[in-house]
Design a binder for this molecule. Sequence first.
Ligand SMILES: Cc1cc2nc3c(=O)[nH]c(=O)nc-3n(C[C@H](O)[C@H](O)[C@H](O)COP(=O)(O)OP(=O)(O)OC[C@H]3O[C@@H](n4cnc5c(N)ncnc54)[C@H](O)[C@@H]3O)c2cc1C
Length: 433
Amino acid sequence: MSPKWLVAGGGISGLAAAQCLQANGRDYLLLERCPAVGGLTRTTQVEDFCFDYTGHFLHLRRYPSPAQVPFAHLNDDDWETVERKSYFFAGGHLITAPIQYHLGELPEDLRAECEKSYDERPKVEGDVTGFRDFIVSGFGQSVADRFLIPQNEKTMATPLDRLSIGAVKRFFPLPDEDRIRAGFANTGERFAEYNTTFWYPKRGSIDVLTRGLAHGLKSVATTEEIAAIDLDRRIVTTSSGRSVEWERMFPSIPLKALCMLTRDTQLTNAAAKLSHSSTISFNFGVRGKLPSELKDAHWVYVPDRDIPFYRFGCYSNISAAMSSPGMSAVYVEVGVPGESIARVDIISKTQRDVVAALEALGWVKSEDIICAVTHVIRCAYVHHTPERDRLVDEILARLNAFGIHPIGRYGLWDYVGMEDSISSALTTVEAQL
Ligand SMILES: Cc1cc2nc3c(=O)[nH]c(=O)nc-3n(C[C@H](O)[C@H](O)[C@H](O)COP(=O)(O)OP(=O)(O)OC[C@H]3O[C@@H](n4cnc5c(N)ncnc54)[C@H](O)[C@@H]3O)c2cc1C
């Protein structure tokens, strides 16, 4: 009997896993809950506007260019390299991001306060293990309290003192004294920074990547939500009542939700201790251009706790193809603790507050909003708590014993980008072939 290779979830990780299985002649099936594959790298098109699931920009480190992303069927001519233009809204101004390297752009009183606090930053004995301590000892109390702690607490939707520096990974600009001092002096000196450029399709949107990864797949079933997983019998049951056996399963379903589907005591107990944020992304199609201070901004971090969103972005400043001429396609991200997303009054409360804040900032006028699309990312940022590594290791070991090998950002309960998610899927599948 041929082995059953089951791919659970059809985002980019699941699609890459399925491509790899198909290329190796395996008898596989991909099950996807939604009517379309793509997961977080889908795009919603409404009349003149394209909206991704918030900004999704392709940063490549492993693969030199889009055409070299395995199984993605991409053509470099269809993509352009975009130089990042991101800002931090601080002291009523847009400061170049990352703010910790551009503090000299702050109004003078704030700059002086931050520099004094940087000079007096606490020295930590031994290794710094907490995210909050890392920020305070690296950048000083003022920069931490005014900008970096609220920004990250709004994004992750949890107090930072719960998180370890595992949350930082390579995405957080490090406390490099030369850069910080050059930033205070506003010398304009250029340092090499991470992710200063990214790839984005010239026409269409990030779902060009999804369509490429889905191209030619022969065994994909959509609108098939896995509702139960019987570990002993190695059978999944979908919400439509279909039963599928597996010998090897590659799930990109968030690890916490996957464990709960098994009803296995050890897995559910461990998973109950994992936490994450949700992100609500409000996308607006706007008549006209944005105000001049935002005319080239790709995205703006917003640490102010009185403003409901942690980031504002403009798709049409990244690619003109995201809206018709004379229009703007924008997005706003709101962080919510994962356990409370089901209780959020998204449209009549949060969206109303978001639009009021955009008006107050002078960034978007409500009468210019032509359409609104809301995307809810239930599992957005996993929380790297001190016990996360041990719990994930324990969970993966038990799942592996039943032939289940999670893949992708959420299957592996990590904070990584699209390229890493694809690569993790390929490495995991190849190890099982
Ligand atoms: C706010 C935000 C911004 C981001 N921006 C970037 C960026 O700019 N650049 C970058 O590289 N990365 C970015 N990422 C990370 C990126 O989204 C992920 O790395 C990538 O999308 C992970 O793909 P995936 O296939 O592993 O997961 P997903 O895209 O989540 O796919 C999982 C799939 O599983 C399906 N599924 C779930 N449960 C079930 C079930 N029970 N049965 C069947 N199917 C199920 C889902 O419907 C989904 O299709 C961002 C993430 C967030 C949250």
